[in-house]
Design a protein around this ligand. Structure first.
Ligand code: BT5
Length: 278
């Protein structure tokens, strides 16, 4: 169980720790669907719900996210730009939240001395294996305002035998040491808050310089393993496109150059999987 008293994140409006839950994303979406406005208002502009015992976690396309209780830090950020009258983030920029949270997680892992990278569209990888998955969902609140719930599972203290799939790894497996859940959560919360506020301050323009003069897009490009890789883009209905991942565009879509030189951008919603060709 995460000790709530050890989690102080000044930059967030609310931090709620649950002893266990089916899914932090579902829980967060229910909160935003509450018909009584004060129950939604309590979440302010940026809040966090976390547990280390998630019983029915989900990934994209209803895939399963799983880990034994006590090993994986499962969190959902509730993002409600409309709660702040000064926030000008347009709804079209919300699709950047997946990469923004992935980038924040990468920075946290790097601060622990672990060489983590983003794999487009929603994974954080270490040594070619997955350590975090991110799931962003758009929510329309009962008053018609748009919010987002961005969930992230962080594999901290799974042992080798706890790993649910052979494409997964954890901080414990990679370093041989245990990680403090409360500290990890504090670092993640603070980093996401910093990026979110910087991104809001530039009006959701991913190409605009923000932290240290770098744009969100620059930071994503600099931490993205996918670029320069030969990939197979798996589309719904068994269709596939093979090519070189050459860039991330202003909308966060991956640009793939096929063998005839054609370049096409693929948005996350179009793609079932994208796998490197090894
Ligand atoms: C994701 O989906 O990777 C997004 C996962 C988001 C999980 C968080 S936890 C908090 C919040 N609440 C939720 O209910 N969800 C979010 P996707 O790209 O579709 O990948 C899913 C695939 O990852 C599965 O099909 C497995 O192959 C693999 N997988 C499942 N559990 C894993 C784990 N613990 N570590 C690494 N890979 C895992």
């Amino acid at each position: 169980m995460i000790d709530e008293s050890k989690v102080q994140i000044e930059s967030l409006d609310e931090v709620v720790i649950l002893e266990s839950v089916d899914s932090t994303n579902s829980y967060a979406r229910q909160q935003l669907g509450d018909l009584f406005p004060p129950n939604r208002k309590r979440w302010g502009e940026l809040s966090l719900i976390s547990t280390d015992d998630q019983r029915s976690g989900r990934g994209r396309l209803d895939r399963v996210w799983s880990a034994p209780a006590g090993t994986c830090l499962c969190s959902s950020f509730i993002i409600r730009p409309h709660a702040n009258p000064k926030n000008q983030l347009p709804q079209e920029s919300f699709h950047w939240f997946t990469l923004l949270v992935s980038l924040a997680a990468v920075q946290v892992w790097k601060s622990w001395g672990i060489d983590a990278v983003i794999k487009w569209p929603n994974d954080v990888m270490v040594g070619g294996k997955k350590v975090c998955g991110v799931l962003a969902q758009l929510v329309v609140e009962p008053n018609g305002r748009f919010s987002a719930v961005v969930g992230i599972g962080m594999n901290l203290n799974l042992t080798a035998s706890d790993l649910p799939v052979d494409t997964a790894t954890s901080a414990l497996v990679e370093t041989g040491r245990e990680f403090d859940m409360e500290q990890a959560l504090t670092e993640l919360g603070d980093t996401v808050a910093r990026y979110y506020r910087a991104f809001s301050a530039v009006g959701g323009d991913a190409s605009a310089p923000m932290l240290g003069g770098l744009s969100l897009l620059d930071m994503v490009r600099n931490n993205m393993a996918t670029l320069g890789q030969q990939v197979t883009v798996h589309l719904p209905g068994d269709d596939k496109v093979v090519g070189l991942a050459v860039d991330i565009d202003d909308d966060g879509a991956v640009v793939v150059r096929e063998s005839d030189g054609t370049e096409r951008a693929w948005a996350v919603g179009d793609v079932v999987h994208m796998r490197p060709i090894v």
